[in-house]
Design a protein around this ligand. Structure first.
Ligand code: MSP
Length: 476
């Protein structure tokens, strides 16, 4: 039986509907899951995503909109799900932190850590960014005293009783874990950042907030005047589903996909929490960068938020998946724009993939030959470097396939099948080209599942059909 793999993305705050930046990670994890299922024959994959619904950001958004917290988060959850579904994301569970099974798991987990002596009561005096839902030191704020990630939000000054987690106790454990690669942190630059953070020393961290300040949360099992801190609550979502479905054990490879702003929570806090409660720690954390739009951070206050559905209705789902995966922030931040998308769409999709496939379909469909039947994934590894999947470099995989496509286009121009009279020679040339299209279709199946279906309908039987237009040209 193939190895169990548990794949997760961050769960999104429900103060507002997600934008294309949030969606990027869902696509990345989806493609990894589909590579496993479609090309590596591993059906033992479980993929979760969801919404992080408690805490101050959701509570304040509800107050602002004059609705109850539950009504607001349910509305945003539904809209988020619609956004994610528009991108054809093959998750197995969309988890909400307001789900009953999760609340139960969070309480049980908190109690375990408390019983192990790792939670104690103390006073917190300092800063808090509601956008990050995180306590901040002065050195983490900019010269204007703002959080660099949320400069439009006012920093809160807190002076309150909280329960704290003995995070500092786990410094050595975390160092060994990351330096020894028991927990793999990728890419390498991010791993170094995590180690450097540990070298600076960990301070114990708040894991509850008083109810008179934040009422929207799970009441702690040890004090009814406190709610579980939203990060402590949210991280446990992975375990909730993992345990229920048998994907949180030593036989499972646990992989978290997260953005760079929340790397520490996943690489440093989460493993310490798990260790304290007596659970297996994750195996791998992949940390991606940020998408910027026209050189600016995507943000509501700048008025440049784009939702996935807007792009999908203009370009089609697979074009959006392609563009974000090829030009998105797989390692470093990346800048995208609508103009750039249109030019990539016309150049690499309408022309590159669409035109090459349709030229070959036309030539082969008018020929008298039957071509050998094809069922994937035959020979797909000629097109893809397996190492790129292991390193999550979908961008490199796409570059390689598009290089192949241009070679194929070149092959057609060089051999000019339309002018060949010798039937044997013609069959050789067309068979080669048809088979190349088939292999390319199999290779892009995890990345562009709908386009794969269209190409396979036209190309996978012995008689080649003229294919639908894959990507109608878009005028700028
Ligand atoms: N709720 C927490 C995560 C809890 S996970 C147990 C959170 N939510 S978030 O809505 O702010 O962000 C969700 C994910 O989207 C994070 O991985 C974050 O890095 C990612 N992104 C948010 N904006 C982004 C871009 N502009 N570009 C790429 N990813 C971005 O943090």
């Amino acid at each position: 039986m193939s190895k169990k793999i548990f794949i997760t993305t961050a769960i999104d705050y429900t103060n507002d509907v997600i934008h294309i930046g949030h969606a990027y990670e869902k696509i990345l994890a989806d493609v990894f899951a589909r590579f496993q299922r479609n090309l590596l024959g591993n059906d033992n994959i479980h993929y979760t995503t969801g919404t992080d619904e408690h805490g101050t950001t959701s509570q304040k958004a509800a107050e602002k909109n004059n609705v109850s917290c539950m009504d607001l988060v349910t509305k945003i959850y539904k809209e988020d799900k619609e956004q994610i579904d528009s991108l054809n994301i093959s998750y197995d569970r969309f988890i909400r932190t307001t789900d009953e099974d999760h609340k139960k798991q969070a309480l049980d987990f908190f109690k375990k850590v408390f019983d192990n002596g790792d939670i104690y009561k103390a006073k917190y005096e300092g800063y808090y960014c509601e956008g990050c839902e995180a306590h901040k030191t002065l050195s983490e704020l900019n010269e204007k005293g703002q959080c660099p990630n949320h400069p439009t939000r006012e920093i809160q000054k807190l002076d309150e009783e909280n329960y704290f987690f003995r995070w500092s106790k786990y410094t050595r454990f975390l160092k060994d874990l990351i330096i020894g690669n028991t927990l793999v942190v990728l890419p390498e630059g991010k791993r170094k950042e995590m180690v450097a953070f540990l070298d600076n020393g960990l301070k114990d961290i708040t894991v509850s907030r008083p109810k008179y300040k934040v009422s929207w949360g799970i009441t702690t099992p040890i004090d009814e005047n406190q709610v579980i801190y939203v990060w402590f609550d949210a991280l446990i979502n992975y375990l909730t589903e993992g345990i229920e479905k048998g994907f949180w054990d030593k036989d499972t490879e646990i992989i978290h996909f997260v953005g760079k702003d929340i790397a520490r929570w996943h690489a440093l806090l989460w493993p310490a929490m798990l260790k304290s409660a007596g659970y297996k720690v994750p195996d791998l954390i992949y940390i991606h960068g940020f998408i910027n739009l026209n050189g600016q951070k995507i943000s509501k206050s700048l008025g440049n938020v784009i939702r996935p559905t807007e792009l999908v209705s203009q370009f089609g789902v697979d074009a959006v998946r392609y563009y974000l995966l090829k030009y998105g922030p797989i390692v470093e931040d990346s800048d995208i724009s609508l103009d750039n998308f249109i030019s990539i769409y016309n150049g690499e999709l309408a022309n590159g993939l669409g035109n090459t496939v349709s030229r070959i379909a036309k030539l082969a469909s008018i020929s008298e030959f039957d071509f050998a039947e094809y069922s994937d994934p035959q020979n797909v590894w000629e097109k893809i470097n397996k190492k790129d999947i292991d390193e999550f470099r979908i961008d490199k995989i796409l570059s390689q396939i598009w290089k192949n496509l241009s070679e194929l286009d070149h092959h057609i121009n060089e051999h000019q099948p339309w002018g060949i009279k010798d039937q044997e020679k013609l069959k050789d040339i067309l068979s080669y080209e048809v088979h190349e299209v088939r292999k390319i279709a199999s290779a892009i199946k995890p990345i562009m599942p709908d386009i794969y279906v269209k190409i396979s309908k036209a190309f996978f039987s012995g008689k080649i059909q003229v294919s639908d237009i894959l990507f109608p040209r878009i005028s700028g």
